[in-house]
Design a protein around this ligand. Structure first.
Ligand SMILES: [Zn+2]
Length: 172
């Protein structure tokens, strides 16, 4: 099954590479082309690094992001981020920020981990978990009034609506 939610910032899109469909946990990185398409979605394909090492680093960053978001545990994410840094510079007089990592296989994982820091610096209150209790997805609410509650209105919004309806109209 394809992923229910796309287009979130890179950090959350990595967290959302695991989702639950009818009680089954699915992982994009278990799909044959899952890693390749995730990297392509984030302009990170074509790396010369070893694919297995890229995948391992992403899985590590993903659980670190979850630990930070869901358990308030900063340690794992800080350890991922310790493998790289941003180096500001100039090219032809224009500002440029380069990402430097100690191992090229860590570049996608490091970039995704650093992206959460950017989101939390910009709008910490807008980094939110889908309001449906059985949903595991996260989103960045860019709506004007910050009222977004669901990963997607079509999936979880409607799911919640019909569950409310069933509760208020019990079958006899
Ligand atoms: Zn949801």
């Amino acid at each position: 099954m394809t992923r229910p939610l796309i287009g979130e910032p890179m950090a959350l899109d990595l967290v959302n590479s695991v989702w639950v469909d009818h009680g089954r946990r699915l992982d994009q990185f278990d799909e044959p082309d899952g890693l390749e398409s995730w990297l392509a979605d984030h302009d990170m394909s074509g790396t010369s690094a070893d694919t297995a090492a890229v995948r391992d680093a992403l899985l590590q960053a993903r659980s670190a992001l979850r630990a930070a978001l869901e358990d308030g545990d900063d340690g794992p994410l800080n350890r991922v981020l310790a493998h790289g840094f941003h180096r500001p510079g100039l090219r032809g007089g224009a500002p440029l920020v380069a990402t430097v990592v100690d191992d090229p296989a860590r570049l996608p994982a490091w970039t995704a981990a650093a992206d959460l820091i950017r989101l939390l610096a910009e709008r910490p209150d807008r980094v939110r978990h889908c309001a449906h209790p059985e949903c595991v997805l996260w989103f960045y609410d860019v709506s004007k009034n910050g009222s977004r509650r669901w990963c997607s209105m079509e999936v979880c919004g409607n799911r919640a609506k019909s569950e409310r309806f069933q509760k208020s109209h019990p079958r006899r």
